[in-house]
Write a protein that binds this ligand. Structure first.
Ligand code: DC
Length: 235
């Protein structure tokens, strides 16, 4: 997208806690702009799945980091029409849905604390970011992965609204979760993600914070599009 003054908003970072609506917003924004939508959480989920499958305890930092460094991971445009937004291919296998399992949910925060894991994933993410025309979603995109992103959004929402959203997602997939369990799990992940030593979840100093608790998807999208226009065509 090129504004009249020649300024461009080419790299967009969207961070925020679990289920704040980042992915939905980013996907719509990317499709509107014709940019790549890249959800970095899938990478940490794939490492977690690989560790679980290899029977490596998620507490074994060195072994988990080694898995992360060796993993052949690819995120591609969707090849199956089953509601997915991309294919996640791990060592040649389609693991798009498996990385959303409750077991991965429970363990991914711990795996994503490790320096060896973060270094490997950050490197891959920066390579993709360097190509531009990307909406990248995660926890540390604006602070660590793409500190020079053209636009940084921090999308927040109350923990109850986020747990409700995650609960409804599970129900729509035919699962029968307990709302209280999801809420408790969400609180725990928030705690780990925001207090970890490396790349903790927090807004970058130049991020625009949007509270998504009571916004519709269209309203949130509208806010971001207005920000882009105002940056590209300042009056
Ligand atoms: O967005 P998500 O729920 O799929 O993310 C899964 C986990 O991965 C989350 O607990 C924190 C971690 N994560 C991270 O540490 N850094 C990112 N850029 C993206 C996700």
């Amino acid at each position: 997208m090129m504004g009249v003054n020649g300024q461009m908003v080419s790299t967009i970072a969207i961070d925020g806690p679990a289920a704040s609506g980042k992915s939905t917003l980013a996907k719509k924004l990317a499709s509107k702009l014709g940019y790549l939508y890249f959800d970095t959480g899938v990478m940490y989920r794939a490492v977690t799945l690989a560790a679980l499958r290899h029977g490596v305890p998620v507490g074994a930092e060195e072994a988990v980091s080694e898995i992360a460094q060796k993993l052949d991971l690819d995120v591609r445009p969707p090849s199956v029409k089953d509601g997915r937004q991309y294919d996640v291919i791990m060592d040649g296998e389609d693991v798009t849905w498996e990385i959303r399992s409750p077991e991965v949910d429970r363990n991914v925060s711990q795996v994503s604390m490790y320096a060896g894991v973060r270094d490997a994933m950050t490197k891959l993410q920066r390579e993709i970011g360097a190509r531009g025309a990307v909406v990248m979603v995660g926890r540390d995109i604006g602070t660590v992965v793409l500190p020079d992103a053209d636009l940084k959004i921090y999308l927040d929402a109350s923990v109850e609204a986020r747990a409700r959203r995650r609960f409804e997602e599970c129900v729509s997939r035919g699962e029968s979760p307990e709302y209280e369990d999801i809420l408790e799990g969400m609180r725990k992940r928030d705690r780990i993600d925001s207090t970890r030593e490396l790349a903790p979840l927090r807004p970058a100093s130049d991020a625009i914070i949007i509270n998504n608790t009571s916004l519709s998807v269209e309203q949130a999208l509208e806010e971001v599009l207005e920000l882009i226009v105002s940056r590209e065509d300042p009056v």
